[in-house]
Write a protein that binds this ligand. Sequence first.
Ligand code: SAJ
Length: 431
Amino acid sequence: KNICMVGLGYIGLPTAVVFALRGVDVIGLDVNARAVETINQGKTHIVEPGLDDALRRTVQAGRLRATTTPEPADAFLIAVPTPFLSEGEGHDPDLSYVKSAALAIAPVLKKGDLVILESTSPVGATEQMAAWLSAARPDLTFPQDAGEDSDIRVAHCPERILPGHALTELVTNDRIIGGMTEACSTRARKLYKLAVEGDCIETDCRTAEMAKLTENSFRDVNIAFANELSLICDRQNINVWELIRLANRHPRVNILQPGPGVGGHCIAVDPWFIVSQSPEEARIIRAAREINDNKPEWVLAKVHQAVAEHAAKGGAPARIACFGLAFKPNIDDLRESPALSIATRLVQTYPGQVDIVEPYIESLPAQLEGKTQLLRPSVAAETCDIIVLLVDHDDFKSMPAPRNSTVIDTRGVWVGHDAVTPAAAPAKAEP
Ligand code: SAJ
């Protein structure tokens, strides 16, 4: 028995490795020839703690092999991107990668195979995928026409791992198993039980699709609540971090943390799938997306205000330091990062005045290269007039709060007990 992992990115590669570690023979299929070559050399093209070592062991043991050419397997797990379409206001889901993956594996499917969609998907995507497979293979039967007697079993089992904790969460998290029929669910559950120690809970594929979208929307709505509070508190001159700490002492209140916006490729995307399918009903979910997407503009306005106040004092133009570019703490992942977009806008607006501090990278991303410089935290804290804290990296938490600069702390790292307003400088350090 072997499996084919289709898509060897941030989700697919760790998943392939975890199954291979449990003794399953895994073929990895990807359109990226360079990634395939790197993996076959026992190396990773993504950053994930523990992955390098585990991948090398599984490749050396002959359990994991990558290819760009589809091959027969007993089960196919599809983990390809499902972004939204950039054109138009509707944020409609783009299923073109799922379609390409389905068309790639269709020719090698055989009676008895299992096809699982792991990518976060709008409701109905699994049935759509089964329809694409069926159109490509009229000689086989699928659950939509043959029910429990189908030749091919199809299910949606959404991935739920937190980047940075992939190898642990793949094994310990509970899994939702959404078969198109009960036989599909049973078959998929048996497969996941080879690697997953958490519960594998069966449901239908549409509920499974909605469950995954709901989880990320829940988090987005809760972060939006915290971000809205940060705006209200700023106007009322109340320290939002202290406020949230106090409110969370209530046994039934658990507010998340405000920040410069929501980044990554999941939480800022998935709620739009619900909004695009139910625009009339999904009012809170849409508002949350808009609040979180507008937070970077608010942070930029705070910086502009601080620059104007500095200029009013006369003297040299303000030096501005951006602390952090990553989309969340203690990782090097800059994808869809609000910190990166704020830094990029500041570099454009104040050319030659902005420095970057990001301990997790060694060279600047292309859009900033040649336009700014990377500084060590202590150097930037000494030399910059305005410090914009954008990521709550441990490196920043463990350093003393900069005392001689105006601090705009979007994460409450240094001004956890003070207002976020630049006017409130100098910042107080956390006791
Ligand atoms: N953030 C805040 N305040 C908070 C928590 C997070 O501003 O209190 C921000 C982060 O800084 C970051 C963004 O939200 O910019 C998202 O970070 P995250 O750590 O909440 O989530 P992701 O995108 O890394 O992973 C999420 C997870 N989903 C949930 O926790 C419900 C993960 O389990 C999913 O597998 C993943 O999305 C996915 O692939 O869908």
